[in-house]
Design a protein around this ligand. Structure first.
Ligand code: ADP
Ligand code: MG
Ligand code: ZN
Length: 641
């Protein structure tokens, strides 16, 4: 893709100012070292012994000779003066001499005898002692000063390095178009509206319409979220400001917030335009009370973003787009109305989508005529757009290596093999797994369609979704529903168990794939018994007290409600009964429709994504989606996996 031009770069407030105190930290260190050196020299000069060192025996001889004039006895040395310079130089000595002191109790006696003037010497130890504590002190002060400058130096030299990493890309003319993005048709449809608005904001605002402020693109990595955001700007011919959430996470508190402020200022001046914040999760993680308090910078930045989003008027034509592959960690405040209130799912592509994406990427590559793109698409289940782009590139590299002029089918084949091996960690499915998942999803879908009062199935998919979900069945509500009846809940249980039941019936073997279904089913059944008063056996009692954690609360380890052991046994039995009845019901439904289940699962294996209408046609049911009102975006549809 065309690289964005890194035009203007944001300067945090007061960016380039250099304070007067910002001299090099090492300078004071040099002063200290020089001072110490000087002290050393002084000491050497004053304490240095003159002349050649005098052996003690010689000193004693000189003493007895009477040639010593004066002696100063130190702790370790004896210094003295000779009477006669001539005698001294005859022996190669200076008039001043020094000798090492030896333990000699008779020395004083002898000195008295010779009547030599002698004195003791107080050894002056201030220098070594001073150095002993001054040196480490100077050292620590220097180190501390250095780091202090680094930390607080929002205006210092180190900061300019940190700043340059976070770039705001301001692209006045984006070259990407919707035609460059494939396999994400639903997301593209939703974004077309945004493009319309950006092209002609007046048309909408004159009518008093409220334009969405923020659009959040949600989907696994490499599915083309960044690409789509750029395409929106490209289609609308508006400037595109983008930066990545991960670049905000700085060590320096306040920098990110300043950057956000400047970003919005720039954007407002250029409206209509798009502000795109990639990898929003790095910045917008839910704020938590942490005893360490180390998230201050991120939280400040996030708060600034929230404030800016609230503060500006979308009628000016600034649309904020975000992208994330971890929507579940986002701070709920980001998703409130007036912020990222619209969410667009950018999912991994199905066979057809993969084919389209491949066709886009082989455009720039010489591909031989016998390459069947459809076959390649069929072989790459689970690949995201970025993986497919990579695949084409790998194939081209392989062809170049063997000096081919065109990329042939063999190159695609080996590139797929290579990438699949590389993607193994990402769990590209084996054929057996795909089959199991196809039957599992079919089970959910068939049970859901057979039961009255369940949301109609909108779509079944066995394309791995990267969220730890192997496939899913999407029910869209036809109307908003605030209360669930007992019948509906029992139906939901049967739907949840439908996946597992289909596996049992088809393969006579069960897999781990139903774990989440079972968890949800157990939750519902237990809540029916202990919270909703829907079990005749246990009556209209709410057993859990207020123990259940609220939505999005960080749950404390849950304690059991206040009831006796006896009641606990009864509750467990009731839950078990409800679940096994739901299981039996699902089994009945699927056994009755054994042939259709096979047809649907087979079909699903080849197309990977099936619309609800096709499902109902196979089951001989009326096509409900057509009659249903346009899918309301309000309650998020819950996929059953
Ligand atoms: P995301 O932001 O979702 O992680 P990107 O938009 O960065 O993914 O995609 C990386 C590259 O993969 C794109 O530049 C493009 O070449 C290719 N790509 C991804 N998805 C698609 C797609 N749906 N259609 C065409 N190319 C795609
Ligand atoms: Mg991206
Ligand atoms: Zn399931």
């Amino acid at each position: 893709m065309a690289a964005p031009n890194p035009t203007p770069r944001l300067n945090p407030r007061g960016g380039d100012r250099k304070g007067p105190g910002s001299t090099r930290p090492s300078l004071s260190l040099w002063y200290a070292l020089g001072f110490i050196l000087l002290l050393g020299l002084v000491q050497m000069y004053y304490l240095a012994p003159a002349g050649r060192p005098l052996p003690y025996s010689e000193f004693k001889t000189l003493l007895r000779n009477g040639s010593v004039a004066e002696v100063t006895v130190g702790e370790q040395t004896i210094r003295g003066t000779l009477k006669d310079a001539a005698v001294a130089s005859a022996q190669g000595l200076a008039k001043q001499f020094t000798t090492n002191r030896i333990d000699d109790p008779k020395l004083v006696e002898e000195l008295e005898q010779q009547q030599i003037k002698y004195s003791g010497e107080m050894v002056n130890r201030w220098l070594p002692e001073l150095l002993g504590w001054l040196l480490p002190l100077v050292f620590f002060v220097a180190i501390w000063g250095f780091f202090f400058r680094r930390m607080s130096g929002a205006e210092g030299g180190v900061m300019s390095f940190a700043r340059s990493r976070a770039k705001v890309f301001a692209d006045d003319e984006v070259k990407v178009r919707f035609a460059d993005v494939a396999g994400v048709d639903e997301a593209r449809e939703e974004l077309k509206e945004i493009v319309e608005f950006l092209k002609n904001p007046k048309k909408y605002t004159n009518l008093g319409g409220r334009i969405p402020k923020g659009v959040l693109l949600v989907g696994p990595p490499g599915t083309g979220k960044t690409l789509l955001a750029r395409a929106v700007a490209g289609e609308a011919h508006v400037p595109f400001f983008s930066l990545s959430g991960s670049e905000f996470v700085e060590m320096f508190v306040g920098v990110g917030a300043a950057r956000i402020r400047d970003l919005f200022q720039q954007a407002e001046a250029k409206a209509p335009c798009i502000v795109f914040i990639d990898e929003l999760d790095a910045l917008g993680k839910a704020r938590v009370q942490s005893p360490v308090g180390s998230h201050e910078e991120r939280e400040q930045t996030l708060n600034q973003l929230l404030a800016e989003m609230d503060g500006f008027d979308s009628r000016k034509g600034v649309i904020i787009m975000g992208a994330t592959n971890r929507p579940e960690v986002l701070d709920p405040a980001l998703l409130r109305p007036g912020r990222f209130d619209r969410q667009v799912l950018v999912d991994k592509p199905d066979v057809k989508g993969r084919e389209d994406i491949l066709r886009i990427h082989v455009k720039g590559v010489k591909v031989s005529a016998d390459v069947d793109i459809r076959k390649v698409a069929a072989r790459t289940a689970g690949f995201a757009g970025a993986d497919l782009a990579n695949l084409v590139n790998e194939a081209a590299l392989l062809a170049a290596r063997v000096d081919k002029t065109e990329v042939g089918p063999q190159e695609f084949e080996s590139a797929i093999e290579r990438l699949v091996a590389g993607l193994e960690r990402k769990r590209v499915m084996s054929d057996k797994d795909r089959e199991t998942i196809a039957y599992h999803e079919t089970g959910h879908a068939v049970v859901a369609s057979a039961l009255e009062g369940q949301y109609p199935v909108h779509k079944i998919s066995i394309v791995g979704r990267g969220f730890g979900v192997l496939g899913y069945t999407l029910h869209l509500p036809t109307e908003e529903r605030y209360l669930s009846s007992r019948t509906q809940l029992l139906g939901e249980l049967a739907v949840l168990l439908g996946g597992r039941t289909a596996e049992e019936l088809t393969f006579g073997e069960i897999t781990t794939g139903a774990q989440n279904d079972l968890l949800r089913a157990t939750d519902i059944a237990r809540a029916m018994v202990t919270e909703y008063g829907m079990s005749d056996e246990l009556g209209l009692i709410h057993y859990e007290g207020n123990k259940r954690p609220k939505f999005l609360d960080i749950g404390m380890p849950q304690e059991r409600g206040l009831y006796s052991e006896e009641t606990a046994v009864k509750i467990d039995a009731e839950v078990m009964r409800i679940i096994s009845e739901a299981h039996a019901r699902a089994r009945q439904i699927l056994t009755d429709r054994r042939e259709q289940v096979d047809i649907i699962a087979r079909r699903l294996l080849s197309v990977e994504v099936m619309e609800g209408d096709e499902l109902r046609r196979i089951l001989g049911l009326p096509e409900r989606d057509a009659a249903a009102p346009a899918a309301p975006a309000v309650p998020a549809p819950t996929p059953v996996s």
